[in-house]
Design a binder for this molecule. Sequence first.
Ligand SMILES: Cc1cc2nc3c(=O)[nH]c(=O)nc-3n(C[C@H](O)[C@H](O)[C@H](O)COP(=O)(O)OP(=O)(O)OC[C@H]3O[C@@H](n4cnc5c(N)ncnc54)[C@H](O)[C@@H]3O)c2cc1C
Ligand code: SF4
Length: 330
Amino acid sequence: MKPFTYARAADTPEAVREASGPSHDFIAGGTNLLDLMKLEVMAPDKLVDINRLDLKQISETEDGGLRIGALVTNSDCAADDRIRRDYPVLSRAILAGASGQLRNKATTGGNLCQRTRCYYFYDTAMPCNKREPGSGCQAIGGATRLHAIFGASDQCIATYPGDMAVAMSALDASVEIEGKDGASRTVPVRDFHRLPGDRPDKDNVLEDGELITAVTLPAPTGGRQSYRKVRDRASYAFALVSVAADIGMEDGKISHAALAFGGVAHKPWHKPELDALLTGKEPSDALFAEAADLLLAEAQGQGGNNFKILLLRRTLRAVLREATQMGETA
Ligand SMILES: Cc1cc2nc3c(=O)[nH]c(=O)nc-3n(C[C@H](O)[C@H](O)[C@H](O)COP(=O)(O)OP(=O)(O)OC[C@H]3O[C@@H](n4cnc5c(N)ncnc54)[C@H](O)[C@@H]3O)c2cc1C
Ligand code: SF4
């Protein structure tokens, strides 16, 4: 491992100040960053430990939502009574990820910023534009089982691997960010992660030294929520595809629809036209087939992941049937 310096920040301004440099990284739970440092995939000059920051609470917001501090662990978030009652899709998505031990350490901010699981990103003997810009992409034409079917570029076809952010995208949550000199901004989760384009090294919109301080959930819609993750093993495996849904029903029609998809793009995938198509309609298999056609119109397999297109169609149908109480068939 490359030598690095270490600073422990006492508060948010100090953390931001200490981290203002191109090769400075925050460390929260360390469950992703330390693995990457041991492999020398990431080699920061300086680590800024944020674990003493006062960002460990889940509190109620004035508009009836919840504010989840960036250092709330995945275990505490999933177990919170208010989240289990009003945002079960979030609780289920978190519990579908990693393992109990990892979730006890993993934090809300760190989970959002976790890096891709592309095999070549982890293998420093292989070219990878995300790890080393301009070196090439070994995945294109290589092993692509985990890779993207939406939004890939000729520079990178990797996926964002997390579950939590997919549920947060369906819930239309927002990320609170603090930067230099106390400057703060709020970014919808749906816009937080980037598509790779010609800068696959940039996973999200954070600038150097910017710190996530919280994620805010809007007031619950009262809809029926569901998270379905399809993976190679029942636990300890990343999503091949996943679907998060928040669906409201009124007078036999869909009154509210918000869907997001994991394992299929460089970011949690959200297609507003799909939500619009479903809203105001009576649920039926014909409607769900139309929704899948719309979602998959721009899907592009990479060879080894072509199966994801049919898998996503079937998973979407199963989730919609469940959420609209039509019965669960795959
Ligand atoms: C074996 C294994 C299986 C896993 N399976 C799953 C799974 O199925 N689903 C899933 O979703 N995840 C899975 N994970 C990933 C796990 O959820 C992440 O490692 C964890 O959420 C990262 O959180 P952390 O606090 O440990 O982040 P760290 O490792 O501390 O940091 C990760 C990155 O986030 C940055 N960061 C951390 N906090 C902040 C902040 N507040 N502001 C700005 N940047 C920040 C760090 O600088 C670093 O770049 C798995 C991990 C392992 C090791
Ligand atoms: S898909 Fe992206 S992360 Fe994987 S090798 Fe290509 S550039 Fe690297």
